[in-house]
Design a protein around this ligand. Structure first.
Ligand code: FAD
Length: 432
């Protein structure tokens, strides 16, 4: 393979972004809007398939700040007003209507087709001046004396370095930099399997409920998501413990069909429909990177942390992470200082919000916990609970989690992720 330095092709970069998903596209849009010279390297050629279709209401605010809301309003994405929970016998909870909680345009959000949404996000960044190298795969970090100086990239059979004073890893759940640097720390308890597919012609509820996300329960705190999408399509998937799902074998179709029959609401809603895509599977263990940044390196989105998707928090955390990382990087460019310490407050702020979501996820999986029980004993906490569920994470949730603690073990915050690497893995130092 020929190696040549393509940095020259892109001018003197201010920042290099690995991955053009929601985190990378947001970071690119923010930096480009500030006049920074930014390049995104994206392995796929968009539009490409991606799971993770249900947005939280608080996605509105970062989306508004990068100029995406009008595009979303003009799109055919299904409007989402609520989330609801379905018991195994088919009984449905009173929906959490976001507009009953706050009177703001954000109280209506969207169920998006990720191939289209991610394309729109990247187009938006390009319109602001970001450049994108599609079909370009980052192979490894370029390290020099413990500092990241860019990426070794492969595109069209050629491998070449791209250098920049700071690299943002927004490469998603494979944790590109965190894996290479040995920073991945699994959350041992949140280690589930997801099996999902798409149906056409399945039932939708009426009126405001048409675009609701439904979380439908299975034994042992397994659950289904049911997300209505455009063109009469529904995204439907089951998340549960590996042993539970594989108890009769590993045939994915058989597992999906068996579990779909186990929840009456899901069975009834899928009955008139037909499967229109293959069944997909992922082991979706939650993890967090030990550090949010090193010298010349910042992690954002799933590349920094992945949390069980039960409350649809992934895209919100990717948008917020991409945006906040970009502001920290912009300040670093201004100062000409890309040392890890500059990014510590970025990690600390982000981890606070992530911890609120994580506590709620832990509670959800505890046998003794239910929202119904919690609110029966503490109706005054309805507002706090809804805030957490809609992604209003900049809030003091101590009263909520003190009350949750009466029904479920509330985990301590993870003691890492908010800090920065003092010195990156010596084995990598000097490799360039
Ligand atoms: C089963 C499941 C269900 C989910 N449901 C929801 C949901 O309903 N709502 C929600 O908000 N979230 C959901 N999520 C989470 C959501 O999918 C992610 O949190 C979100 O996509 C993260 O965005 P990101 O930009 O960090 O990463 P990604 O969206 O993964 O984007 C990363 C990009 O980096 C590129 N890339 C990766 N490696 C390289 C490389 N080496 N070189 C170049 N490019 C590279 C990839 O091609 C990709 O385009 C779900 C996740 C799972 C697993």
């Amino acid at each position: 393979m020929r190696e040549q330095d393509r940095s020259a092709l892109h001018g003197d970069l201010d920042a290099l972004i690995l991955g053009g998903g929601p985190a990378g596209a947001t970071a690119a849009a923010v930096l480009a809007a500030k006049g920074r010279n930014v390049l995104v390297v994206e392995r796929e050629r968009f539009p490409r398939y991606k799971v993770g279709e249900s947005l939280l209401p608080y996605c509105y605010f970062p989306l508004e700040r990068i100029g995406m809301v009008d595009r979303l309003r003009a799109s055919s994405f299904v409007k989402k007003y609520s989330v609801q929970f379905a018991a195994m016998d088919g009984r449905i909870s009173t929906p959490f209507y976001f507009f009953q909680h706050f009177d703001h345009a954000a109280s209506q959000t969207w169920q998006v087709v990720r191939s289209e949404f991610d394309q729109m996000m990247l187009d938006n960044a390009v319109e602001k001046g970001a450049r994108v190298l599609m079909g370009a795969t980052a192979k490894r970090l370029l390290m020099n004396g413990g500092r990241c100086e860019g990426l070794m990239v492969e595109q069209g059979g050629e491998t070449f370095p791209i250098r920049a004073p700071v690299t943002l890893d927004c490469g998603g759940r494979h944790g590109f930099a965190a894996t290479e640097l040995g920073w991945v720390v699994p959350d041992p308890w949140l280690n589930k399997v997801a099996i999902w597919t798409y149906y056409k012609g399945a039932l939708r509820d009426a009126g405001h409920d048409e675009g609701a996300t439904t979380v439908a329960y299975l034994p042992g705190k397994g659950w289904f998501w049911y997300i209505p999408l455009p063109e009469d399509t529904v995204s439907v998937g089951v998340v549960a413990e590996r042993d539970y799902l594989y108890r009769e074998g590993k045939d994915l179709e058989a597992i999906f069909d068996r579990e779909a029959l186990a929840n009456r609401w899901i069975a009834e809603h899928l009955a008139p429909g037909a499967r229109c895509q293959p069944i997909r599977i992922t082991a979706e263990y939650s993890y967090r990177s030990r550090y949010c940044a090193g010298d010349g390196l910042v992690l954002a989105g799933d590349a920094f942390t992945f949390l069980d998707p039960v409350f649809s928090s992934g895209v919100l955390l990717a948008l917020l992470g991409g945006e906040r990382a970009a502001h920290a990087v912009d300040a670093a460019v201004e100062a000409g200082d890309f040392r890890a310490g500059r990014f510590a407050s970025y990690g600390a702020d982000l981890c606070e919000g992530i911890e609120a979501m994580r506590k709620l996820v832990y509670a959800f999986y505890e046998e003794a916990f239910s929202f119904g029980k919690l609110l029966k004993s503490r109706p005054d906490l309805q507002g706090d609970l809804t805030d957490c569920l809609i992604g209003n994470l900049a809030k003091d949730f101590r009263p909520l989690f003190e009350a949750v603690g009466k029904f479920a073990t509330v985990p301590e915050p993870l003691p890492y992720g908010s800090s920065v690497a003092q010195a990156m893995t010596p084995a990598l130092a000097g490799r360039s």
